[in-house]
Design a protein around this ligand. Structure first.
Ligand code: ZN
Length: 160
C-alpha cells in the first residue's frame, strides 16, 4: 500500500481541523465564508486520499486471493503428480501411467507428458488412424503416441 495516501488523508484532516478552529475566532460573515470554502477544499482533498488508499487496499486483497488460489492449484498438482510414473507403454513414445499403488478406484490410464510438464493432467484417449492402427492422443495439446497395434490396446497400471 502507498503509505503517502494515508499520510495525505491524516494531514488533510489536520488542516481541516485547524481551519475549523480558526473559524471560531473570526468576526465577520465574509471572513467566515472564506474559511468555509477553504475548509471544504481541505476536506475534499483528505477524502480523495482516503478513497485512493481504499482502492489500493482492494487491489491488494484481490492479489492475495489470486495468489492463494494459485498456491492451492500448485499443491493439488504436486499431489496428483506423485500418482504417475513415466513409462514407455509400447515401442514408441512415453507417457505417464497411473501407479497401481496410487490408483484409488481409477482404471489404468495414461496422461500426456507435454501437459504434465505444463502442470496439467490430461488423460490420453485411443484414436484409430485410417489404417486401423491405434494411437493414444491428448485432447488438450493433440500430441499422440502410437501403440503399433490395431484393435484396442489398453494401458496398464505402472508398478512402483
Ligand atoms: Zn497434452
Amino acid at each position: 500500500m502507498d503509505m503517502s495516501l494515508i499520510q495525505g488523508t491524516i494531514s488533510g484532516l489536520k488542516v481541516a481541523g485547524d481551519i475549523a478552529k480558526g473559524i471560531l475566532e473570526l468576526k465577520s460573515l465574509s471572513d467566515v465564508q472564506g474559511k468555509v470554502i477553504e475548509l471544504q477544499s481541505a476536506i475534499l482533498s483528505a477524502q480523495s486520499s482516503a478513497l485512493s488508499a481504499n482502492a489500493d487496499q482492494a487491489a491488494m486483497v484481490e492479489e492475495i486471493r489470486a495468489l492463494k488460489e494459485e498456491v492451492a492449484r500448485v499443491k493439488a498438482w504436486e499431489t496428483q503428480k506423485q500418482r504417475y510414473k513415466l513409462v514407455r507403454p509400447w515401442d514408441a513414445g512415453v507417457a505417464y501411467a497411473l501407479k497401481e499403488s496410487m490408483r484409488n478406484s481409477e482404471p489404468p490410464h495414461l496422461i500426456c507428458t507435454n501437459c504434465y510438464e505444463s502442470g496439467r493432467k490430461s488423460i490420453l484417449n485411443p484414436l484409430a488412424n485410417s489404417n486401423g492402427f491405434v494411437s493414444y492422443a491428448c485432447p488438450v495439446c493433440n500430441s499422440q503416441i502410437p501403440t503399433g497395434y490395431r484393435g484396442s490396446p489398453a494401458p496398464e497400471y505402472a508398478q512402483d
